[in-house]
Design a protein around this ligand. Structure first.
Ligand SMILES: [Zn+2]
Length: 289
């Protein structure tokens, strides 16, 4: 049997492995990891909690036993996030274990924009976890005929036992809509993920970009974790397009998640020039002009 070659391919393969064993969703990575790796000479022999603050998960080689151990932070409040972290570490196992003996992952690591290599490996492990835990065909059925919102994505929570952000990313990945998911902390963008059609409109907001002033004001009005949706004019998120902005505060209230959709984007002719215009508009904004 030939093995998958991409993070998505591996994720899909292992999700099938889980379902063919007669198991229902959500995928329980604690059960899956030892089973799915025991055909290798260096399987995952142990999954245990650790007590190192700030590290969500680790994948460590155990030379004395010739196997691997996944360690996770049990203090993370949301079980969905733990399951996603375990999926992420399993991704490092399938994709990267020949490159390193030790992977240490956390929010900080994910935001390590200094190193292109770690960013690539972290991105691949997240992609693997997303395909493993949230199979697209099933996800499409769950949200069929429903108006997508941060609330709906939140309500899908239990089905996949994964974090809210991971689910929103999944939607971003396959939707035809122009939209961007933005995670911000203290007024600055930690990361943003545009959909393909938003990317074509030049919508990419790099790490460290300041939030638009209007959105900061909207954020100040959100006092609880309930979804807050409002219309914002052209010139806030895009030079010429109005947007619908939804804000939710993360479970620990230290991050704000924005889902920004552009309902009129498909009415716009995407001329090359217009794209360049909005790109230079954005880069000016980033430089604070
Ligand atoms: Zn990682």
């Amino acid at each position: 049997m030939s093995e998958p070659t991409t993070p998505a391919g591996w994720g899909i393969e292992l999700c099938k492995f889980w379902q063919q064993a007669g198991q229902a969703l959500p995928v329980d990575v604690k059960l899956l990891a030892p089973e799915a790796t025991k055909r290798f000479a260096d399987p995952i022999g142990k999954i245990k909690a650790h007590d190192i603050a700030g590290i969500d998960g680790m994948l460590i080689k155990r030379p004395s036993k010739g196997d691997w151990c996944i360690a996770y932070d049990p203090a993370v409040e949301s079980p969905g996030r733990i399951n996603f972290t375990l999926g992420h570490e399993l991704g490092h196992y399938f994709l990267h274990r020949r490159m390193r003996d030790h992977f240490q992952c956390g929010q900080g690591e994910m935001l390590d924009y200094e190193s292109a290599t770690s960013r690539k490996l972290e991105g691949e492990a997240n992609k693997f976890a997303s395909f493993l835990l949230m199979p697209i065909p099933d996800f499409k059925v769950q949200i069929a005929n429903e108006e997508i919102s941060l609330e709906l994505l939140g309500h899908c929570a239990n089905r996949y036992a994964t974090s809210f952000t991971a689910k929103a990313l999944k939607w971003i990945e396959f939707t035809q809509e122009a939209a961007v998911l933005v995670v911000a902390r203290e007024g600055f963008i930690c990361w943003s993920y545009p959909t393909d059609s938003a990317r074509r409109l030049g919508l990419y907001l790099p790490h460290g970009t300041e939030l638009p002033r209007v959105s900061l004001d909207n954020l100040a009005k959100v006092m609880d974790s309930r979804n807050h949706t409002t219309r914002v004019g052209a010139g806030v998120w895009h030079s010429t397009l109005e947007a619908q902005e939804s804000i939710i505060l993360s479970d620990r209230f230290d991050m704000a998640i924005f889902l920004v959709r552009f309902p009129f984007a498909n009415l716009v002719e995407h001329e090359e020039e217009a794209i360049e215009d909005s790109v230079s508009w954005l880069s000016k904004k980033i430089r604070g002009w």
